[in-house]
Design a protein around this ligand. Structure first.
Ligand SMILES: NC(=O)c1ccc[n+]([C@@H]2O[C@H](COP(=O)([O-])OP(=O)(O)OC[C@H]3O[C@@H](n4cnc5c(N)ncnc54)[C@H](O)[C@@H]3O)[C@@H](O)[C@H]2O)c1
Length: 344
């Protein structure tokens, strides 16, 4: 019989559980399940066995809500105690970013099989490197929740790109409102994914009045090793969108739309095509949890592993470095590993 994986969750706030209710009122396409817990409930091979939160009311409410689904759930005030007492296979790190590194390192030390860590991976590159090293040392699968990587619309768009349907990528523009690290890493990760390359340099500026120790909005130009150019528009809002322009077409993905165009040479126009979405029965979050099981069993890295998570953070931090040098081109890899940007 196939194994059931024992899951522990650290931090019982929105993304761990309650965001599921929240997104029901959002406009646009919201694929469910949306929280870690709802995704574990949807994947039959995983069972939440233990949870930890410093807020006793949250652990009590969580157990009351979920014990009929998962059976007995052990509740802890300390994640260290949870990791010591429970034999866990998968740990979800659902605290704010400053705790992602310490919780991930503690989980690695406890000998879990996979860590499913929220974005942004960490608040500095040094922390991200420590997380990657701690997991690599014990062959633990580190998975960063840039959820769009498993979203069927993004999977379809990537397949179209890889089939050459929009030609070679020339520009990738990421539009979002909010901070570069907290919100931005979702979109910077998508930018890296669709560039089909890696970033060579970044030139940009933080939003006016930004505190450089804290997460802030900003805008930048990114040069990719394959010659494509990226535009980070992280301060205009309210549109959340990734726009990929190729030599033969275009892909545009927002929270409400997924569009595919091909360029018609005879008429010199972009022709809108049906977006050929395969009818997937699952959300990005469910796809992530399902992939974690495959990564463990097939001993392979996730499509959204620690290195991918680090690369998105590096792009955001490169905007800070460029801002500090009056918009100078900052060549990657970023030499500065210790800059800490406090993010939620
Ligand atoms: N991938 C997504 O779409 C998505 C969506 C929302 C949030 N997030 C990310 O999830 C993370 C958490 O965000 P949130 O909105 O769920 O936050 P939240 O404030 O709702 O929840 C955080 C929880 O962590 C608990 N906590 C704090 N210190 C702790 C400790 N030492 N041990 C155990 N628990 C502790 C808090 O009591 C709280 O319940 C952030 O990194 C955020 O960026 C991701």
């Amino acid at each position: 019989m196939a194994a059931t994986y024992r899951v522990g969750i650290v931090g019982l706030g929105r993304v761990a559980n309650t965001i599921q209710e929240e997104v029901l009122s959002y406009a646009g396409r919201m694929l469910l399940p949306y929280s870690h817990t709802h995704a574990y409930a949807a994947v039959p091979r995983t069972r939440v066995c233990a949870v930890a939160d410093i807020d006793a009311q949250k652990t009590a409410a969580y157990v009351a809500q979920w014990q009929s689904e998962f059976g007995e759930i052990a509740a802890y005030a300390s994640y260290d105690e949870m990791l010591q007492n429970e034999q866990l296979d998968i740990v979800s790190v659902c605290t704010h970013a400053p705790l992602h590194a310490p919780v991930t390192q503690a989980a690695a030390q406890a000998g879990v099989k996979a860590v499913f860590c929220e974005k942004a991976i960490a608040t500095s590159l040094a922390e991200a490197d420590a997380m990657i090293a701690a997991c690599a040392a014990q062959n633990i699968k580190l998975v960063i929740n840039h959820t769009r990587r498993w979203d069927p619309y993004y999977e379809t768009a990537l397949a179209l790109l890889q089939e050459g349907r929009i030609g070679s990528v020339r520009t990738v523009s990421a539009h979002f409102a909010g901070e570069l690290v907290h919100t931005g890493t979702h979109w910077l990760d998508a930018m890296l994914l669709f560039s089909q390359s890696s970033a060579a340099w970044v030139s940009g500026a933080l939003a006016p009045g930004a505190d450089v120790a804290r997460d802030a909005g900003g805008s930048a130009q990114v040069g990719f090793h394959n010659g494509a150019v990226g535009f980070i528009d992280g301060q205009s809002g309210p549109q959340f969108e990734i726009d990929v322009l190729g030599t033969a077409g275009r892909l545009r993905l927002s929270n409400s739309d997924a569009e595919f165009f091909t360029f018609d040479i005879a008429t010199r126009t972009m022709v809108k095509r049906p977006f050929p979405l395969v009818a997937y029965p699952r959300s990005g979050m469910q796809g992530a949890v399902a992939e974690i099981v495959h990564c463990i069993e097939e001993d392979r890295p996730s499509r959204s592993d620690g290195h991918a998570g680090r690369a998105a953070l590096e792009l955001a931090l490169a905007v800070y470095a460029s801002d500090a040098s009056n918009g100078a081109r900052i060549h990657l890899p970023l030499a500065e590993r210790d800059r800490v940007v406090l993010s939620r």
